[in-house]
Design a protein around this ligand. Structure first.
Ligand code: MRU
Length: 352
């Protein structure tokens, strides 16, 4: 066990000429690291949730852009940029909900455009450097989110969280989990209720693993137990992450977030979302306009090679839901906690 948060696991790492990821599909049973050397493998890793969580997906996409362009011919900028756009579009298709992906590909594309006129071999080096910068920035941003979010957690609080928002889902520290790590470091002794997060169990497989590594007391609950715990006054606050936040503060996050928020309001439990500003999409006015990924029905019908439904049964597997802003107490970002009305709060930040 290792309770030093600064020594937290690295979900993604640049290694000389390739990316190394901790393949999250094997956790918590095995720590398997995979080397990714081409954009096709990066697309597959994002699609199959080997690397997951919106900020980590953004970092992966930035490195993926470099892997996708590093062998391109170095003669004409015009044909180079056509290929760059093609690689970006390809990567963006791996996860349409997590806005950090498109945020990262857009940042790489605008960096390339800003250096038009330089040798293409030079531009390629700048792209790799930009990916590394995105990665480093995310670590600092997540640390800040943890500080702001940790301040909101009362002493001895019972905190409920959903899905996985820790170091595994980001460059380091996490978003919602970073707040819990920070409160723990402050000696506030938080206790965590971990929603198991059906169907892929990111809560019980990944969040529980990270909390146990940090020696933070926790118990896993089924997703459907959360409401009853709130009714019995056993939850002091809820903090979750986000895959995309609309300009009005509506939040897309792992399926099961919306019912948690509704039950939180019903039971007077503060409901916080923690996310970097790169997850806030000011081009999308409201949650209804956020594209939501649906995943394979097999994730519900089978688990770990066991059939858990009758043969030929069909399932429907929406993976993300939208929590309307009216259920959200505050959105914790690296710049502090934005309170309702969120559109005004975000405008102030982005127009600064
Ligand atoms: O499908 P996943 O496991 O990528 O879903 C992740 C989440 O829903 C997280 O809450 C979100 O990406 C925030 S990660 C800090």
């Amino acid at each position: 066990m290792n309770n030093d948060i600064d020594a937290a696991v690295q979900s993604i790492e640049w290694r000389e000429d390739h990316v190394r990821i901790l393949d999250q599909t094997y956790l918590p049973g095995r720590e398997v690291y995979s080397d990714i050397r081409d954009v096709g493998r990066m697309w597959e890793a994002i699609k199959k949730l080997r690397i997951r969580g919106a900020p980590a997906i953004g970092i992966a996409a930035a490195y993926g852009m470099y892997l996708g362009i590093k062998e391109l011919p170095e003669n004409a900028f015009e044909s180079f940029i056509v290929e760059v756009n093609r690689v970006a579009e390809y990567l963006e298709g791996a996860h349409p909900t997590a806005t950090n992906l498109e945020w990262a590909t857009n940042r790489i594309k605008s960096t390339i455009r800003a250096h038009k006129g330089k040798e293409i071999s030079e531009i390629k080096k700048i792209v790799l450097q930009t990916a590394k910068t995105i990665h480093d920035e995310d670590k600092r941003i997540c640390k800040k989110i943890g500080e702001h979010g940790g301040d909101l957690i009362p002493k001895d609080a019972q905190v409920l969280t959903h899905c996985n928002t820790g170091s595994l889902a980001t460059g380091k520290y996490g978003t919602a989990l970073s707040a819990i790590f920070h409160a723990h470091e402050q000696g506030k002794k938080p206790f965590v209720w971990v929603d198991e997060t059906r169907p892929l169990l990111q809560g019980s497989r990944l969040t529980a693993w990270e909390l146990m590594n940090a020696e933070i007391p926790m118990k896993i609950i089924t997703d459907s137990a959360a409401g009853s715990l709130m009714q019995r006054d056993e939850v002091d606050m809820i903090i979750v992450g986000a895959d995309r936040v609309a300009a009005n503060g509506d939040v897309a996050n792992q399926i099961g977030t919306y019912p948690l928020a509704v039950l939180a309001q019903e039971n007077n439990v503060p409901f916080y979302v923690a996310a970097p500003l790169s997850t806030v999409d000011m081009d999308i006015d409201q949650g209804d306009d956020i594209p939501l990924v649906e995943r394979d029905q097999e994730e519900i019908l089978n688990y770990s090679d066991s059939q858990v439904a009758p043969k030929k049964a069909e399932a429907y597997n929406p993976t993300f839901d939208i929590t309307p802003n009216s259920y959200i107490t505050g959105i914790v970002t690296e710049e502090g906690t934005v309170e309702p009305p969120f559109d005004e709060g975000f405008r102030n930040i982005f127009e600064d």
